[in-house]
Design a protein around this ligand. Sequence first.
Ligand code: GLU
Length: 306
Amino acid sequence: MSTPPAYRGRFAPSPTGPLHFGSLIAALASFCDARANGGEWRLRIEDVDAPRSREGASEDIIAALTAYGFEWDEAVERQSERLSLYQNALDHLRTIGIAYPCGCTRKDLESAPLGAAGERIYPGTCRAGLARGREARAWRVKVDGGTIGFSDRLQGWQEQDLARDVGDFIVKRADGLFAYQLAVVVDDAEQQITQVVRGADLLASTARQIWLQRKLGLATPSYLHHAVAIDARGEKLSKQTGAAALPRDPLPALLRAWQFLDQPAAPSLPTSVAGFWTWAISAWNPRALPPVAMLPAPDLGRVIAV
Ligand code: GLU
């Protein structure tokens, strides 16, 4: 195996729509953190969920990132081209006896309690085998007892009891698609990602990912979960909540994203995108990041005063 790099970060957008202010924050934070540490920064298009992916969205995202002055190392990776890697991981989980077929429908699980991660806690119906007349739909993993703990670089010590808070979770869905939790673990390891910088909406997924890493014998990267931008209704900016595509003019939006992350004020306002990045990478201060899960998105239409 090649020597892992000292710092390799990544940005992993799902191509469900154009880049918006919420995804700009994740791109900016992961990029600045990587470059400020002399690290590599990879771009991975998370299109494993093909039905949610929108035609042309990955090209739009790549064009927007380019226009905004982001520069990534190596070729863009696409999950849709890596399915055999996810299958190998599932095969391994089956071989070690912790993946099992599940015949439950959404309706079967309707009355299961909601866990800390906001998803239904699987009651373990198919754990000991499919009931007669039931067909395998999805693949789940048997989570064992005990707490998964990790120290988030920003949010501090985190703990989750998977058995209590999540239950046996899905690694391959009933529609035949590999689940995000499995794909992201395989990708981060295979790309030798050492630092994951992403939105705090994924904080509750991290214990599952660390658990999978351990079962698959993979390294655990370091994690930093920054605040996500929410709209006036308190919902995370996303394609689903109707977040607007980024404006054509990068500089005001970059400065807004910088301010959103409580980063140091510039002594004089950068006048070009290149000037912004030179300054931002040198001034990046992860200790100044707001240690909260969410913050209201700014109005991109308003005049910027840094
Ligand atoms: N594809 C995920 C998203 O767009 C990000 C996954 C990750 O950073 O682990 O929300």
